[in-house]
Design a protein around this ligand. Structure first.
Ligand code: SOE
Length: 388
């Protein structure tokens, strides 16, 4: 018998759209038992919120998130908010017994992330942290090849997450560029994805040595409510404000299994729009992934005869690849939004079958510990042990 899972979404911008689309598409393409119902959308500004709810089919709107998290007719709280708001909302939702689907990065600090995890564990709810790239079929294939021993002992991880949306010094001072709302710059926003992928594919990180840089110190103030990529039209008067996060972060790490790795996160890589890449090198082979070519995985095998060795490009669109058989025939590629649909499908499945889902708040906390150690290292100029 099909049951309903009634969803309340808090936040209606970039991630609000990506999540709404995922809630809508999940059951159209995948066999999940429960039917997600888009019950209520929440945000501070009534008019844009109403337009969002109408476009995406949310039944109701509400401007006070506190009212939403305690409603009896809500099963899931979807936190599509900037990270400085995650902790308070997640704790209240967990205390009210709601399952939580939360955007990354988990929180501003280890202390906040810890509180979120404790609240979720005490309440016994399902908690999912949306590092969506784990659910790209090519990333799933990378994990499968590693699990099958095809890469062997891993020596190297190399992650680089590069964007270029703030190279222009006139790009406005939006919330991503302020410590109070974002916690850090690309180190938290982008490296959180890369660290999560490294945890998933290589293992835990023991020590970090990091350096950060800020290239632009002041920017024109942004219009109230300006979104992430709201360039141009958002830059207001001649008033300027201080950028309080880093613009780039470079981090070297030691994994607990002896592998070593590097992470580069920047919003100043001209020409790189959303280039999330990793390379993994091991005793039996190598792997390389680039989100801008997300349907492909590069694989090199040392086990083959040397006269045919070389990196090959696997088109990850076969029915045997994760999630693909529910979409299109081979070669009919998928995109960014599909990773969100996969996350929602797995989350519903976890609730229906009472199964664990990853990444969850425990994985998120582990990630925040690495990131926080990175910032401490950048401030002190010293290598830092990651808190266990
Ligand atoms: C902005 O830098 C951003 O939207 C991130 O916040 C996302 O997590 C990333 O996937 C794309 O870039």
């Amino acid at each position: 018998m099909s049951t309903q899972l009634r969803v309340a979404i808090i936040g209606y911008r970039f991630m609000g759209k990506a999540h709404s689309n995922a809630w809508l598409q999940a059951r159209r393409f995948f066999d999940v038992e429960s039917q997600p119902v888009l019950k209520v959308a929440c945000g501070r500004e009534k008019e844009p919120l109403r337009a969002f709810a109408e476009r995406w089919g949310w039944e109701q709107i509400e401007t006070d998130w506190r009212k939403i998290v305690v409603r009896d007719d809500i099963d899931i709280v979807d936190i599509s908010l900037p990270q400085h708001l995650h902790c308070e909302v997640a704790k209240a939702a967990a205390e009210a017994g709601k399952h939580i689907f939360c955007e990354k990065p988990m929180a501003l600090t280890v202390a906040d992330a810890q509180q979120m995890l404790e609240a979720a564990q005490q309440a016994g709810i399902k908690h999912y942290l949306n590092h969506n790239y784990r659910r790209c079929p090519a990333v799933r294939l990378a994990r499968r090849l590693i699990d099958e021993g095809k890469i062997g002992r891993i020596f190297h991880w190399r992650g680089a997450y590069q964007q270029d949306w703030i190279v222009d010094p006139d790009f406005p001072l939006t919330w991503h560029l302020l410590k109070e709302t974002a916690g850090s710059g690309p180190h938290g926003d982008l490296n959180s994805h890369s660290v999560d992928l490294a945890h998933y594919l290589v293992g835990d990180i023991a020590t970090v040595a990091c350096l950060t840089a800020r290239f632009v110190q002041k920017r024109p103030l942004a219009h109230k409510g300006a979104g992430t990529f709201a360039a141009g039209e958002s830059a207001t008067s001649n008033e300027f404000g201080e950028v309080t996060v880093e613009d780039a972060s470079l981090m070297n790490v030691e994994f607990t299994n002896g592998a070593v790795g590097s992470f580069e996160a920047t919003r100043f890589a001209s020409g790189r729009k959303n280039r999330n890449t990793f390379e993994i090198y091991g005793s039996n082979g190598g792997l390389a992934f680039d989100l801008e070519r997300m349907n492909e995985l590069q694989y090199y095998s040392r086990v083959e005869p040397d006269y045919v060795q070389g990196f090959r490009t696997i088109m990850v669109t076969e029915p045997s690849h994760s999630y693909i058989s529910n979409w299109w025939p081979p070669g009919h590629i998928i995109g960014y939004e599909h990773s969100f649909v996969h996350a929602v499908v797995d989350f519903i499945h976890a609730i229906d079958k009472d199964l664990p889902i990853e990444p969850n708040f425990s994985d998120g906390l582990k990630c925040i510990k690495v990131l926080e150690a990175g910032l401490q290292s950048a401030a002190s100029g010293k290598r830092v042990d990651v808190m266990v």
